[in-house]
Design a protein around this ligand. Structure first.
Ligand SMILES: [Zn+2]
Length: 333
C-alpha cells in the first residue's frame, strides 16, 4: 500500500513531496526525493490523529511524514501500527500479567535447576573420558588421607577377608563403570563408608566394628556400590560445575574453577548426595541384598542400629537424608 503525502526534514518546516510504502511484512519505506529510508513499523513513532492534528509518523533520524489523504494514513495507523503498541500498553498496565510472567520465568528457572541441570549432568558424566573420574578419585583420596583419615587399625587378615568376600559378591553384581577397590581407614567421627568417583569405596574401621554379621557390612558397602554404579559422585561434581559455570556467566567471574572442582569432589565424598541419589543407591543395595542374601533385613538392622546409636546428631553419608530415613527403612520391607 502506498500513501501519498509530504515530509519534513529533521528540525525543518520545509515541506517536500513524499510517499510512504507500507508492505505486508511490517516494513515501511519512506521515499522523499533522494532521501529513501526503510524501517520496521516497530521502530516508528506513530501519532494517531488527535483533534485537528493529522496523523503523523516520526522516523528515528528526525524525518516526519504526513499524508495528503489523512484518512488513508489514519486508517493504516489504526489497523497496523497502533495494534502492537496497544497490546504492549495493555500488558504494561496489567500487573496480573506481569506477575504471571515473572512467576512463569521463576518456574522455568526452577525447572531448569531441578530437572535440566541433573539431566545435563547425567548425560555429560557419561560422555567424560574415564581418566577424569579416575584422576579425581585418586586426588580426592590423597586429600582425604592428608586432612581427615588415618590408616586403618584393623589387622591385615580381617581386611583381606572382607575384600575377598566382597570380590565374590561382586561377581553377582551388574557390570559397573569402574572396578571396585575397597580400602580401609580410621576416622574418629563414627561409622561411615563413602564411594569415590573412580570406584574406590572407603570403609571406616568403626563401620566394620558396628556390623555384627558379614551381610550387615555388605549391605552398607552395596549402598556405596550403588553410588558407583550410578556414577553419583561424578554427576554431583559435574552438576556443581554446571551451576558454578552458570553462576560465573551470570556474575562474570570464572576464576578458581580448578580449585572448585577438587573441593567439590571432597565435599561430595564427605557430605553426601541428593535424596534421589540416596534412594537409587538404597534400591541398588536392596536388590543386591535380596539376590545374594535373600533378604534386606541386615540393611534395615544397620539403619536402625545407627539411628539408636546416634539419635539425631550427625549422620554418616549413607544415612544423609535423615528425615526420609523412616521411609527408607520402610522401603526395604
Ligand atoms: Zn549414599
Amino acid at each position: 500500500m502506498i500513501i501519498k503525502g509530504f515530509c519534513h526534514p529533521p528540525l525543518s518546516s520545509e515541506r517536500r513531496e513524499a510517499e510512504l510504502d507500507c508492505d505486508q511484512t511490517g516494513q515501511v519505506t519512506l521515499r522523499c526525493g533522494e532521501h529513501i529510508v526503510m524501517v520496521a513499523v516497530a521502530e516508528l513513532k506513530i501519532s494517531p490523529p488527535l483533534g485537528t492534528l493529522p496523523a503523523r509518523i516520526d522516523f528515528a533520524d528526525g524525518w516526519q511524514f504526513k499524508a495528503v489523504q489523512e484518512n488513508e494514513l489514519a486508517d493504516w495507523v489504526r489497523h497496523n501500527a497502533v495494534q502492537p503498541q496497544r497490546w504492549v500498553h495493555r500488558l504494561e498496565r496489567n500487573w496480573l500479567a506481569i506477575v504471571a510472567s515473572a512467576a512463569l520465568v521463576a518456574v522455568l528457572c526452577l525447572g531448569a535447576y531441578r530437572y535440566g541441570i541433573p539431566a545435563a549432568s547425567h548425560m555429560l558424566t557419561r560422555l567424560l573420558p574415564q581418566a577424569v573420574p579416575v584422576y579425581l578419585g585418586e586426588h580426592v583420596l590423597e586429600t582425604l588421607d592428608d586432612h581427615m583419615l588415618a590408616p586403618s587399625q584393623l589387622d591385615a587378615q580381617e581386611q583381606w577377608q572382607i575384600q575377598d568376600r566382597f570380590a565374590l559378591l561382586q561377581d553377582n553384581l551388574p557390570p559397573l563403570p569402574f572396578e571396585l577397590n575397597i580400602v580401609f581407614r580410621s576416622w574418629p567421627h563414627g561409622p561411615n563408608a563413602f564411594a569415590l568417583s573412580d570406584g574406590t569405596v572407603i570403609v571406616l574401621d568403626s563401620l566394620v566394628e558396628m556390623a555384627t554379621t558379614p551381610a550387615e557390612l555388605d549391605s552398607i558397602l552395596l549402598h556405596e556400590v550403588g553410588h558407583v554404579y550410578h556414577q553419583h559422585v561424578m554427576e554431583s561434581v559435574v552438576q556443581s560445575a554446571l551451576i558454578s559455570v552458570a553462576t560465573a556467566l551470570i556474575v562474570g567471574d570464572s576464576s578458581g574453577m580448578a580449585d572448585m572442582l577438587t573441593s567439590t569432589g571432597v565435599f561430595v565424598a564427605s557430605s553426601g548426595y541428593s535424596r534421589d541419589a540416596e534412594r537409587e543407591a538404597d534400591q541398588f543395595a536392596a536388590e543386591q541384598m535380596r539376590k545374594n542374601y535373600g533378604t534386606t533385613e541386615p540393611m534395615a538392622a544397620m539403619f536402625n542400629r545407627f539411628m539408636e546409636h546416634y539419635g539425631d546428631s550427625e549422620l554418616p553419608e549413607w544415612l544423609q537424608s535423615h528425615p526420609e530415613l523412616e521411609q527408607r527403612i520402610q522401603a526395604l520391607k
